[in-house]
Design a protein around this ligand. Structure first.
Ligand code: SF4
Length: 178
């Protein structure tokens, strides 16, 4: 399988905790007002790359991984294959951004193989009226950081604990300021 990739960026700090490697994929049908990257809506904006090739690149670093876009859920089968390879060959955690709400994705049988290999899903469309630049790792306050593994375990939506997110940042902050 192949994924239409816009770019792969190493050592990002804005797409989840720590330094991560982010795969920005092409294709998104949500068309959110105020989207910062409308050119990414077109699946042809990216370059088709074999999943194995992307996996090898991601596995060659020590960094955890984020799938972003565009919306990776527009290529959910290929991303599921990529996530499965990563999880089979490493202990890396995977974050995934999507304009869908998880409740919508849980009704799509084709989305389950990808969801089952994601650790945190940042869900929901970008809402310009709810834009808040102080939010960590999301653009508007309607978007949620969802602990996908616990959500499957408990059978209800479990929000990723902010303190889990903040603690490495706070430790770093304290180190800098002590
Ligand atoms: S889901 Fe993301 S990429 Fe798609 S239109 Fe909304 S903000 Fe843009």
């Amino acid at each position: 399988m192949e994924i239409s990739v816009i770019k792969i960026v190493e050592s990002t700090s804005v797409d989840g905790p720590g330094l991560r490697t982010t795969v920005y994929s092409a294709g998104c049908g949500h068309h959110c007002k105020g989207c910062h990257n409308p050119q990414s809506w077109d699946i042809n904006y990216g370059t088709m790359v074999q999943v194995e090739e992307i996996a090898n690149r991601l596995l060659s670093t020590d960094e955890d991984i984020t799938f972003s876009g565009g919306d990776p859920m527009f290529q959910m089968e290929a991303f599921a294959e990529l996530a499965s390879i990563i999880k089979t060959k490493s202990n890396k955690n995977i974050w995934c951004y999507t304009g869908y709400k998880i409740e919508q994705l849980l009704k799509k049988p084709k989305a389950l193989p990808l969801l089952q290999n994601i650790d945190v899903l940042v869900d929901g469309q970008f809402e310009l009226a709810l834009k808040d630049e102080n939010l960590l790792f999301r653009g508007s306050s309607n978007q949620r950081l969802i602990d996908v593994k616990k959500t499957f375990e408990k059978g209800e939506i479990v929000i990723y604990e902010p303190m889990n997110l903040l603690s490495p940042l706070l430790i770093k902050y304290k180190r800098v300021n002590n």
